[in-house]
Design a protein around this ligand. Structure first.
Ligand SMILES: [Zn+2]
Length: 403
């Protein structure tokens, strides 16, 4: 197998086996025809990029995608702060342009728009782009790539002062073509800002970011090599709390901004921690196997005591955990999710019917397994009453905790 970024040989290190598409919720009649795909990771010893061995065609993954950014209030707060911060930092104004790649339902762009800055979203999911346009966030339903960037730049004369992308860097299999597209659409003095889960999370048991949509798991070392292929420079980096630990990188054409000491330090830290060495990546499997046996032992004991357990929310990551650990109706009495788009549908792989969260108060399960563990605080606050009445929370990641 060859690296998707540099075309050298890659080395496999972790397999989750055959897994369903974790954002593809199913109608009852679709259940018998659900497809599963190989899900396994490799490391490139030449450019240090961690990547999926096999990808699923984006058309299959994203055309009827059920993920609305705007469902988590913590996420929306992050978007608001991000818009304020980037607007100040780059002195954006009424004649700037913020272009977001994979803009989803406009959750991020709406806050730039509120600040009076013109925005343009690009998102391949037609159903979601339609919702964004209806909210007044101009969104083109397309895949972003070099060819499309050329059309925007040459024919439509669109150049962005700020290109923004949350999670998209991990999603695009043709990643070199994608970053060349960024080079093409970015104004000579502009910045591109990307947020994505940091590969370091895999060493802290946050393995549930591994699913078919996430083709890449980035270290700064790997990213630097990637952007150099398009003659772009990473000049700044920040760690954020999103998705349980993400990086935010700042990219520009060469010699526009000085490279900050944060970049130099993080690169040095990654080298010291052996992020450029395959041996480090082999630990991931051992750690996850241990977490799996801890969680299954606990759930088995609770079931033996006759306790009822419900799962709270069915995010993609939660479906990874349930499927890889083999947790379904064997342990769970039911599952709920806030998103109306998911309710009345069946969860991928486990085929559990998604209920509205009101069922928690109706059924009062003894335990609530929080699958969106990265926003566990938000959930526990919302379900304070459930806890006061004796209900308990199970937080599975990064370490199993019962509260
Ligand atoms: Zn490579």
């Amino acid at each position: 197998m060859k690296c998707r970024a540099c075309n050298k040989d890659i080395v496999p290190f972790f397999s989750l086996g055959m897994m369903p598409l974790v954002n593809s919720f199913l109608k009852k009649k679709q259940l018998p025809r659900e497809k599963k795909y190989n899900l396994s990771l490799s490391f490139c010893p030449s450019c240090y990029l961690v990547q999926l061995n096999k990808t699923v065609p984006p058309e299959e993954l994203f055309r009827n995608y059920i993920y609305f950014s705007s469902t988590s209030s913590k996420f929306l707060e992050h978007c608001r702060k991000t818009a304020n911060y980037l607007t100040r930092r780059f002195r954006l104004h009424s004649s700037s342009l913020v272009l977001e790649v994979a803009s989803n339902d406009g959750a991020q762009l709406q806050y730039f728009k509120k600040l009076g800055i013109p925005v343009l979203g690009i998102d391949p999911a037609q159903n979601i782009a339609k919702i964004a346009n209806a909210k007044g966030i101009r969104t083109i339903p397309e895949f972003f790539n070099f060819k499309f960037a050329q059309i925007l730049s040459r024919e439509k004369k669109i150049q962005a002062d700020l290109v923004f992308g949350a999670n998209v860097l991990a999603h695009v299999p043709e990643i070199v073509d994608f970053v060349k597209g960024i080079k093409c659409i970015l104004k000579s003095t502009g910045s591109a800002v990307f947020e994505f889960p940091y590969v370091a999370g895999l060493f802290e048991n946050k393995f549930d970011t591994i699913y078919h949509e996430h083709v890449f798991y980035y270290s700064l070392l790997a990213l630097r090599n990637l952007f150099l292929q398009a003659h772009l420079i990473i000049y700044d980096v920040e760690l954020t709390e999103m998705q349980g630990g993400s990086l935010r990188i700042f990219v520009s054409h060469p010699n526009v901004f000085p490279v900050t000491r944060y970049v130099t330090r993080m690169l040095a830290r990654e080298r010291k921690a052996d992020f450029n060495d395959i041996h480090l990546y082999h630990h991931i499997k051992t750690n996850i196997e241990k977490l799996r046996s801890d969680i299954l032992r606990t759930l088995t004991a609770l079931k033996k005591e006759g306790k009822t357990i419900a799962a709270y929310s069915a995010p993609a990551k939660g479906n990874v955990l349930l499927n890889y650990f083999g947790i379904g109706s064997n342990y769970l009495d039911f599952i709920v999710d806030k998103s109306k788009a998911k309710q009345e549908l069946y969860a991928p792989g486990t085929h559990l019917l998604i209920n509205p969260p009101t069922k928690i108060y109706k059924k009062n399960p003894d335990y609530l397994l929080i699958l969106c563990w990265n926003i566990a605080d938000e959930v526990m606050e919302e379900y304070k009453n459930y806890h006061t009445k004796g209900g308990k929370f199970i937080i599975p990641i990064p370490q199993l905790k019962i509260i």
